[in-house]
Design a protein around this ligand. Structure first.
Ligand code: F6P
Length: 372
């Protein structure tokens, strides 16, 4: 193998550039390979291709830099959705064009850095016989077969800092402050930041909530002389027998976009408790900017390990974090199911032990004694 390609796909996440840097340095320095960066995700492989050679000098200073120097897309021609967003089709002609272009460019294998959507596209290249190795990226941490994705820990720090800041203003004004965080259909960012940031209520997609229970928790805190409450809401949270709230329903080339649950809850809580309730949507602040130390380390480890895996002849695998070591797993295992929070997991239990409410209907079963 003489030339490999690098692709970054899906929503950006802190650490993408650190992966690129590590992959280039390992490929060129350790194995004497040529590295070609594909721009704007897989879209850069269609039509007039958009690619550029990456030399070690091109990745200098990239370790702390947010975003991706290659550009990325979380919509495009490699997945076509039905009008109702249900069925997904992967048009064979689009993939064949991309593979033909890769061959024309003498790229013999791809390191694909992405989340569930991007890695599912990568499995299609593998099925067509084009060698790929995946690197698990997403602030949502919802990829199976790896303990962590890079980007998550930085998003967690940002959400935790936001909760710390909301605490002081909520307390000064005796308000209920809600923080809506990202995470798609998984509650990892909300759960972890809620515990780290001392939230009173954590609402996640995996535990449907009752608005009355959330209002009850706010009122209980008043009785205990806490005139303010902090609530962290995952964008994919839903009420018991309710559904998620979307900002837009997407189209043939883009998925529906979640968002709006935080404002909805703030409005309802104001009505039910008589308290002033405000919502802050953290949004893309969770994805922008510099990766934290952990993500720089994990991304570097992943980027380097992905090139080593290709060099060993591994194909159709993803590098994965398992008990502090990097191993490889079939990409198919990583994208088969979303990794979501288990409602009976240890961290959920711990949160309940320290008085956090998840707004669940059976919440009373967990609170044996008042802890004012
Ligand atoms: O998957 C990462 C993510 O940030 C999700 O948490 C969020 O739902 C989505 O991407 C937002 O995407 P966009 O950048 O298109 O708004």
């Amino acid at each position: 193998m003489k030339t490999i390609g690098l692709v970054t796909g899906g929503g950006d996440a802190p650490g993408l550039n650190a992966v690129i840097r590590a992959a280039v340095k390992t490929a060129v320095g350790e194995y004497g390979l040529r590295v070609v960066g594909v721009e704007d995700s897989f879209e850069g492989l269609l039509g007039e291709t958009r690619v550029r050679e990456l030399m070690p000098a091109d990745v200098r200073g990239l370790l702390p830099r947010g975003g991706t120097i290659l550009g990325t897309r979380n919509r495009g021609r490699f997945v076509v959705r039905d009008a109702d967003g249900g069925h997904h089709r992967r048009p064979e002609d689009v993939y064949r064009e991309a593979v033909a272009n890769l061959e024309r460019l003498s790229i013999e294998a791809l390191v694909v850095i992405g989340g569930e959507g991007t890695l599912t596209i990568a499995t299609e290249f593998d099925r067509l016989g084009f060698p790929v190795v995946g690197v698990p990226k997403t602030i949502d941490n919802d990829l199976a077969a790896t303990e962590l994705t890079f980007g998550f820990m930085t998003a967690l720090d940002i959400a935790t800092e936001a909760l710390d800041r909301l605490h002081t203003t909520a307390e000064s004004h005796d308000r209920v402050m809600l923080l809506e965080v990202m995470g798609r259909h998984a509650g990892w960012i909300a759960l972890h930041s809620g515990v780290s940031g001392g939230a009173d209520v954590i609402l996640i997609p995996e535990i449907p909530f009752s608005m009355a229970k959330v209002a009850e928790k706010v009122s209980e805190r008043e009785k205990c002389d806490s005139q303010f409450s902090i609530i962290v809401v995952a964008e994919g949270a839903k009420e018991v027998e309710g559904s998620e709230v979307y900002q837009d329903m997407g189209d043939a080339q883009g998925s529906p976009r979640l968002g709006g649950m935080g404002h909805h809850i703030a409005h309802e809580l104001g009505r039910l408790t008589g308290k002033e309730a405000r919502c802050v949507v953290l949004g893309h602040l969770q994805r922008g900017g510099s990766p934290n130390a952990f993500d720089r380390m994990l991304a570097t480890n992943f980027g380097s390990a992905a090139v080593r895996a290709l060099q060993r002849g591994e194909r159709g695998v993803m590098v994965s974090l398992q008990a502090a070591n990097i191993r490889t797993v079939p990409i198919a295992d990583a994208v088969a199911n979303l990794k979501t929070v288990q409602p009976e997991s240890q961290l959920v239990r711990t949160a309940r032990d320290v008085g956090v409410s998840f707004g669940a209907l059976n919440e009373d079963d967990y609170h044996k004694h008042e802890i004012c």
